[in-house]
Ligand binder design. Structure first.
Ligand code: RIB
Length: 293
C-alpha cells in the first residue's frame, strides 16, 4: 500500500446556513448551525484515506476538548495520528463558515495550526522519509512549508502543494514541488500580472489550475489540456471540494495514472463531495468515485 503524509491544518468548522449575508453592522437570522470536522490538511488526509491510501497526518491541535475530537475523527478515518501534537495552552484551529446557496465564505482562526514549526516537523524526518508523497497546503506557517518543500526536494519525495488559502511564495519553491494546484484566484496572486497561458506553459505537467465548474487545466509540454468537471445540479455545500480534489488527485498519481487521469479522478470525487453538507461528510470512497468516472 502506498504511503502519503499530509502536513497541514486540522480544524473544527462552525457552519451557519443563511439566506442573507449580513452587511457591516447588520444582524440577520440564519437557518441552521452545525459543527463539522475540517481544516484543509485533515480534509485532504480523509480524502486520501477514503481513496485507499495509507495516510499519516502531521499537525497540531490545542489542549481543548476540540483537539481530542479532531484526533479521534482522524483515527476513525484510519489515519495514523502519531505525528499530531497536542499543544498546551493553545486552542485548536477553527473555521467560521457562512453558507448561502451552497457557496461559502470562511474566516479561519489558525490556533495550534500556526504552531507547526520547522523544529516540530524535523522530529519526524525518519517517518517522512518513508513516504511516497507529501501533501501540503497553506494553513500552516509559510516558513515551515518552504522548509518542507526544500527537504522533500533534497530527499526526492514527490510533493503536491495546494497553495490554499492564497499566499505569496518565492518562485524557487514552485520550481521544487512536483505538482502545484492553485485555483484561479491563487494563480493570480502567485504569478502577479502574468497571463495564465504563459505560466501554464512555463510549468508543464506541474502547474494545475483548478477552474471550479470548468474542471482543471495544465500544459502537457505541447498544448493546454482541460480536464472537465462533472456537472452537478444539486450542490449542497462546496466546502472541502478542493480538498477532495487534491486527495484524489494524489491517489491517481500514487497509482501511476497519467496527469489527466489523476485529475479526472479528482474532478469525479469533488463532484460527489459537494452533494453533502460538511467538508468531510461528503468525501466519497474510491469505489464510488470510480463508478462516477
Ligand atoms: O477547504 C475547506 C476547509 O477550509 C474547511 O474545512 C475549513 O476548515 C477551512 O480551513
Amino acid at each position: 500500500m502506498k504511503k502519503a503524509a499530509v502536513i497541514g491544518s486540522i480544524s473544527t468548522d462552525f457552519v451557519v446556513t443563511t439566506e442573507v449575508i449580513p452587511n457591516q453592522g447588520e444582524t440577520v437570522v440564519g437557518q441552521s448551525f452545525q459543527t463539522f470536522f475540517g481544516g484543509k490538511g485533515a480534509n485532504q488526509a480523509v480524502a486520501l484515506s477514503r481513496a485507499g491510501v495509507d495516510v499519516f497526518m502531521l499537525g497540531a491541535v490545542g489542549s481543548d476538548s476540540f483537539g481530542k475530537e479532531l484526533i479521534r475523527n482522524l483515527s476513525e478515518n484510519a489515519i495514523h495520528t502519531e505525528m499530531i501534537q497536542t499543544i498546551e495552552e493553545s486552542e485548536s484551529g477553527s473555521a467560521h463558515i457562512q453558507i448561502k446557496d451552497g457557496d461559502n465564505r470562511i474566516v479561519i482562526i489558525p490556533g495550534a495550526n500556526d504552531l507547526i514549526s520547522i523544529e516540530m516537523v524535523k522530529q519526524y524526518q525518519e517517518e517522512l522519509q518513508k513516504m511516497d508523497i507529501i501533501v501540503l497546503q497553506n494553513e500552516i506557517p509559510l516558513e515551515t512549508i518552504e522548509y518542507l518543500i526544500d527537504w522533500c526536494f533534497e530527499h526526492k519525495i514527490k510533493t503536491i502543494y495546494n497553495p490554499a488559502p492564497a499566499k505569496e511564495i518565492a518562485g524557487k519553491y514552485i520550481d521544487k514541488v512536483t505538482y502545484i494546484t492553485p485555483n484561479e484566484h491563487e494563480t493570480a496572486l502567485l504569478f502577479k500580472g502574468e497571463a495564465r497561458e504563459n505560466v501554464l506553459k512555463r510549468y508543464p505537467n506541474k502547474l494545475i489550475v483548478t477552474l471550479g465548474e470548468q474542471g482543471a487545466v495544465f500544459h502537457d509540454g505541447e498544448k493546454e489540456v482541460v480536464v472537465p468537471a462533472h456537472r452537478v445540479t444539486n450542490v449542497v455545500d462546496t466546502t472541502g471540494a478542493g480538498d477532495t480534489f487534491n486527495g484524489y488527485f494524489a491517489k491517481g498519481i500514487l497509482d501511476g495514472k497519467s496527469l489527466a487521469e489523476s485529475l479526472a479522478l479528482g474532478n469525479a470525487a469533488s463532484a460527489l463531495a459537494i452533494q453533502a453538507k460538511g467538508a468531510q461528510d461528503g468525501i466519497p470512497v474510491y469505489e464510488k468515485v470510480v463508478g462516477a468516472l
